[in-house]
Design a protein around this ligand. Sequence first.
Ligand code: PEP
Ligand code: MN
Length: 371
Amino acid sequence: MIFKALNEWNIFSGDHPFIISGPCGAETREQVLETARLLSQQNVQLFRAGVWKPRTRPDSFEGAGEQALNWLKEVKEQYHFPVIIEVAQPRHVELALKAGIDCFWIGARTTVNPFLIQQLADALKGVDIPVMIKNPVNPDLDLWMGAIERFYKTGINRIAAIHRGFSSYENSTYRNKPNWEIPIELRRRLPGIPLICDPSHICGNTFMLSYVAQFAMDLQYDGLMLESHVNPVEALSDTAQQLMPRELKKLLNNLIIRNPTTENIVELGRLEDLRDQIDELDDQILRSIAERMAVARSIGQYKYRNNITILQPERWEEIIRTRTANGVSQELTHDFILKLYGIIHEESIHQQTQQMNKENKEAKANNFTTP
Ligand code: PEP
Ligand code: MN
């Protein structure tokens, strides 16, 4: 798939990073116009506002609906500010196109549903409009890619992906966990796709926004979507995560935009040396893991011959305790060691099981052939 880079989209001149901002929801004409006026004086390229809001529970504010399209028309006329809204039904698409909305985003709760995505893509057949597709609420890369592919197949090639984090049932400091490996893999699979980070929905608060925004910039994201409201404490949705326009300005001014690489030959040489060290260490890690798995297979053979179970809870408990202590004493985090040993142990069990099955099969074959 060949995507158009953001700076080739014809609704705005390319700037790095590309900033989308505006309130979570369009609430009143005054709120929309005043927020847009303040943001139009900043380095913001696209004004966002949810006209129809997908809410988790009923009886919450669901956006001002169709009337808000007129307010956004005014934003365009008065401030020459392109606008983006969320569309979740073919009817939204139809009304928004009539109102001259410049760009659409697909919400996380819509991306999960291929039927709906197909209906939206069909509604856009033959229309040349940019579409930004948020990740699905669940951490499923194929579902995200599927939605992108459905729009692409209808002829839309100004497509960007918005990373807004993934919901999880575990306690987390984030409202939606970032799972950075998923957007990184998306970009590997779809090279060239513009990638936008939405720190507002990842954090769910304002105090972690700059950390997440900076992190995204350091991963070479192309832009940011940040919610901003003239009066966040009175906002009718997502109160805790919206910034006042002047707070947004400060956040953007404090961002450090680094280069993808350096031209300095000496510095490039230093990086190469460091990467050689990493390559060597990775080689050692893989050799150690392979050796560890070979030992696990011998244990599988031993357990088969002595007829004992694969999982030994006390041994596993001891591994976790000693490895986390060891790791922490070497400046690795407890969490990281838990994750690392989780997958090593799972693979170890898998290898032992395979070994046991193999032994079993061989024993049966031998019994069969023995007269
Ligand atoms: C939003 O951008 O306000 C929104 C509802 O986003 P999401 O689909 O990421 O929850
Ligand atoms: Mn929101």
